[in-house]
Ligand binder design. Structure first.
Ligand SMILES: Nc1ncnc2c1ncn2[C@@H]1O[C@H](COP(=O)(O)OP(=O)(O)O)[C@@H](O)[C@H]1O
Ligand SMILES: [Mg+2]
Length: 265
């Protein structure tokens, strides 16, 4: 779905936010991007839907160079993006208006619009809240509304740039549940996160440091490399650290650790 080939990006001459990044994220993959603040995660995410254009190198979306898309709107429709702050993404006076905003701008007819609103609110668990004022929703609900807004454009991939960072644990869990459902339905997901528990759910973990891609592998493999990660200011979940200490490297969950330790429960 996404292919980066030797992508370098400079915000101003000489300051590299991305340096020679090459990465493949297959269609249907759930990828998690991790790394310290300033490591280039958001810059990378913004290349995936044409918000930024590489200074050098190539970005392919769905096999096509992003520069070959007739217009950037076409690319943004294909790749939805959800940002960190739930309050900054509200564009409607009601939940349904908010969802309708994007498709309306594309001139989607009324019947089709109703159908899409019902469908995407179902996907994010907001059915029954159509008339609610988005400002009165919880943080988790607001982010699910932002996801619904992105889904209403019928994208082929969804990017979440620290979309759970400002949420309480319940809100974050709600968003994650939506992502699980979308992933099961075949959606390509690129999730930037500082939560290692969330990374454990992904199929591919992508580690960024200093604008460079350091590792791209399944989380279990990444989680074995505790010392290197620490050098890039990435801290593993306590259960993984404990497992690594006990020689059961790369455990993703308590259940996995206990199973591997053969502790009956
Ligand atoms: N608009 C900008 N102008 C100049 N430099 C920027 C801008 N946005 C980000 N940067 C710099 O680019 C680097 C990567 O930033 P970013 O991609 O936001 O990292 P992350 O999302 O991992 O925190 C950082 O050094 C940051 O200071
Ligand atoms: Mg960022």
């Amino acid at each position: 779905m996404f292919r980066l080939e030797n992508v370098t990006y400079e915000y101003q001459a000489g300051v590299k936010a991305l340096a020679d990044v090459s990465l493949h994220i297959p269609r249907g993959c759930w990828a998690a991007v991790i790394g310290a603040n300033g490591s280039g995660k958001s810059t990378m995410a913004r290349h995936l839907n044409g918000l930024l254009a590489a200074t050098s190198g190539r970005v392919l979306v769905d096999g096509r160079d992003v520069n070959e898309y007739a217009n950037v709107q076409q690319l943004r429709r294909k790749v939805g993006i959800v940002f960190q702050n739930p309050d900054n993404q509200i564009v409607g006076n009601s939940v349904e208006e908010d969802v309708a905003f994007g498709p309306e701008n594309l001139g989607v007819p009324r019947d089709e619009m109703r159908r899409r609103i019902t469908e995407v609110l179902g996907m994010v668990g907001l059915v029954g809240r159509e008339k609610a004022d988005p400002n009165n929703l919880s943080g988790g609900q607001k982010q699910r509304l932002a996801i619904a807004g992105a889904l209403a454009m019928q994208p082929e991939a969804l990017i979440l740039d620290e979309a759970t960072a400002m949420l309480d644990p319940v809100g974050a869990a709600e968003v994650l549940e939506v992502l699980r459902r979308l992933h099961a339905g075949g959606m390509t997901i690129v999730m930037i996160t500082h939560s290692m528990a969330e990374v454990a759910e992904a199929e591919l973990a992508v580690v960024m440091a200093n604008g460079r891609l350091q590792m791209a592998a399944p989380p279990a493999e990444i989680f074995r490399r505790e010392q290197e990660l620490r050098g890039w200011h990435i801290e593993l979940p306590p259960v993984t650290q404990l497992g690594n200490m006990l020689g059961m490297k790369g455990c993703l969950s308590l259940d996995e650790l206990l199973t591997r330790l053969d502790v009956g429960r």
